[in-house]
Design a protein around this ligand. Structure first.
Ligand SMILES: *Cc1c(COP(=O)(O)O)cnc(C)c1O
Length: 398
């Protein structure tokens, strides 16, 4: 096994140039080395290419050690992990699940898979995370509390959960939200899909409530190509989640299944990639921090970006800033074959959410979305890439 150092990451291109895109500089490409290749080849050589194999357990163990979560179940995607997590904490049909209005659509989709409906709440203008003041206002004014459960007055629906998304790997005021959820007996699931390597008061994202999830999709900080994990401090939940992910199979000889399950297991070769990636996570984080520093230095006084609260140590997954003329700037990047994109489209404006409610006072979701531009943040970015990007950014007026 090769021991990587930060200079390897800064000076070398990823193995075989990484993922092919039509852009010279992609937004977020996975950083793959020979180690990933060796481990996958080991799976193939030994014939362990299915969802049984030793890398799965090693990968789960690595995530467990890194996040200090009591239990970790590796699954086929972050979306699958979120679906299982919501089911595990009792999200039922026709209930409401609170969700920040800015998140990747998968957070809302998993709620729909449970037959529940998302209730959107606007984000905080500084942190771009669920606004805890609006949340409290919503619960105090628009809900009633009875028999240890909270109901939405207008629809008479039970609030069965809150999905706490950690947008761009940064974290909001977790302790305030924890307190509010506690007071209203609303269980929360942390969607830490983007937040591997982020900490709040020294505690890893995804470990604050009973249950949280991670994603190892192609663009995430650690990628298995596709994959996810459920983090929980509850042994029963971990057993249930593992059971459901494996078609709720009780006995492999008789094919007896005691519940409705899913085919959500992670294949061994993907876990093998994950193991090789986890060996480099501290270097990935260091490089992301350097990229963040590079951008904030050149954009000081020219643009705004997500604030980081004092208790938070973020992973700097994807640098995103607000520009007065983001559309024009995006066009300039495109002409230079540099990939950029806006934040997630506000969820309340998507066609399948036309009937869902959205609590807001200033619609910061839309205001931030409109001005936002995410800039290339791949671990494999080279100095010459950053110089090309800086050149385009020079055209931004202060
Ligand atoms: C990536 C992501 C997901 C989904 O993860 P997949 O592994 O792509 O299914 C869910 N929520 C958020 C916030 C994400 O960024």
């Amino acid at each position: 096994m090769k021991n990587f150092t930060i200079s390897d990451i800064i000076l070398s291109q990823p193995y075989e140039g990484g993922e092919k895109t039509s852009f010279q500089i992609p937004l977020l490409a996975p950083y793959i080395t020979e180690t990933e290749s060796d481990y996958v080849q080991e799976c193939i050589r030994k014939g362990w290419i299915t969802t049984v194999g030793e890398f799965i357990e090693i990968f789960e163990q690595k995530i467990k050690t890194y996040t200090q979560s009591s239990y970790v179940v590796a699954v086929s995607s972050g979306t699958a992990a979120l679906h299982l997590a919501l089911r595990a904490i009792g999200v039922e049909r026709d209930t409401l699940v609170i969700l920040p209005n800015i998140s990747f659509v998968a957070s809302a989709n998993a709620i729909h898979y449970c037959g529940a409906e998302p209730f959107f709440i606007d984000i905080h203008p500084a942190t771009w995370q669920l606004d805890e003041n609006l949340l409290l206002k919503f619960l105090e004014k628009e809900c009633f509390y009875t028999k240890e459960q909270t109901f939405h007055k207008a629809s008479q629906r039970r609030i069965s959960a809150l999905v706490l998304v950690h947008n761009l790997g940064n974290l909001g005021n977790i302790s305030a939200i924890q307190e509010i959820c506690q007071a209203y007996q609303i269980p929360f699931v942390e969607d830490a899909a983007e937040a591997l390597g982020s900490f709040y008061e020294g505690k890893h994202a995804g470990t604050f409530g009973k249950i949280g999830i991670l994603s190892f999709n192609g663009n995430k900080i650690v990628s298995t190509g596709g994959g996810g994990a459920v983090l929980t401090n509850d042994e029963n939940i971990s057993k249930k989640v593992r059971h459901w992910a494996n078609q709720a199979k009780i006995n492999s000889e008789e094919y007896y299944h005691d519940e409705i399950g899913y085919n959500y297991r992670l294949p061994n070769p993907l876990a093998a990639i994950g193991v090789a990636q986890m060996e480099k996570i501290s270097l990935f984080l260091e490089k992301k921090r350097l990229i963040h520093e590079f951008y904030t230095n050149i954009l000081q006084g020219k643009a705004l970006w997500q604030n980081t609260l004092p208790k938070v140590e973020p992973n700097h997954w994807l640098f995103t800033a607000l520009f007065e003329n983001s559309t024009l700037l995006a066009q300039k990047f495109k002409e230079s074959a540099i990939q950029t994109r806006k934040l997630w489209y506000p969820l309340n404006r998507l066609p399948m959410h036309q009937k869902c409610e959205y609590m807001q006072e200033n619609d910061f979701s839309w205001k931030i979305y409109e001005k936002s531009l995410s800039l290339p943040s791949s671990v494999g970015l080279q100095m010459e890439d950053l110089e090309k990007i800086a050149k385009v950014l020079e055209s931004v007026e202060s």
